[in-house]
Design a protein around this ligand. Structure first.
Ligand code: CIR
Length: 253
């Protein structure tokens, strides 16, 4: 998949009021924005056209745009996010996404965060988590299967989202937590297994055969280097404080 565009949203001053389970302190709003700007610069450097939406102070998690939609070449699904405080975020994302794709909107009986949706070619692996339920996966599957996609549900025991612990990093390889290694869904891929203390770095983003990875995770970096792809490290200290990572801050297509 070659990406040409990304949609992002500027973090609001209210960022520290968002949802988090991290217990590693409150993020600094200005440093969050700086880390966000660095991220956007990396996307621009990789040749993507980036649409950055204005901050939404009433939605302190709204710069985690990945959770509000799932983009694919044929269509986009506008999700019904699992956390009640985040549901309003889709109202301002939907019109922007619909400039680029035909959109299908999930019903309010179903729940899904885009952070649970891992797309590898024509396969979707979708985490069953506190944010994404079976009804969400059923509605999603009904919308995409006619375009030849397969959908596999994955029970996620720990971590916020599936992509908190499993991501595709190119070259038929997934990076994943120790706990996910034996999952049959990932047996067909080469595997880079995260050290327990570096699990956060599993949220590495593969864009146009370049890897963007959080800085400060030396064991993961060493393992990623074996793929032979260009790697860009960037600091996500403030993003992490709100359970966010690199995939969360953009919709790529
Ligand atoms: C939340 O709990 O919803 C946000 N604080 C973090 C969302 C991170 N999103 C993602 O990993 N896709």
């Amino acid at each position: 998949m070659y990406f040409t565009h990304a949609i992002t949203r500027l973090p609001a001053d209210s960022v520290a009021s968002g949802l988090t389970t991290s217990n590693i302190g409150a993020p600094d709003a200005e440093l969050t924005r700086q880390q966000f700007r660095n991220y956007v610069d990396i996307l621009l450097g990789l040749g993507l056209t980036v649409t950055t939406l204005p901050a939404e102070p009433d939605y302190p998690d709204s710069h985690f745009v990945e959770d509000t939609a799932v983009m694919m070449p044929e269509l986009a699904i506008i999700t019904h996010p699992g956390a009640p405080s985040r549901r309003g975020e889709v109202e301002t994302i939907a019109p922007v996404v619909s400039r680029f794709r035909h959109t299908v909107r999930m019903s309010s009986n179903a729940h899904m965060d885009g952070g649970d949706v891992l797309m590898i070619d024509k396969q979707f692996f979708i985490g069953l988590t506190s944010r994404t339920d079976e009804a969400g996966i059923r509605e999603f599957a009904a919308a995409v299967e006619k375009f030849g996609y397969s959908v596999t549900a994955i029970e996620v025991g720990a971590g916020l989202h599936l992509k908190s612990i499993v991501n595709y990093v190119g070259r038929n390889t997934v990076i994943l937590s120790e706990d996910s290694v034996d999952h049959p869904a990932f047996r067909g891929f080469n595997q880079i297994v995260l050290a327990k203390e570096e699990e956060y770095a599993g949220n590495t983003l593969w864009i146009n055969d370049t890897l963007i990875t959080p800085s400060g995770y030396p064991d993961t970096l060493k393992k990623l280097k074996t793929l032979g792809l260009p790697i860009i490290e960037t600091d996500t200290s403030e993003i992490r404080k709100m359970d966010g990572g690199l995939t969360c801050m953009s919709l790529r297509f």
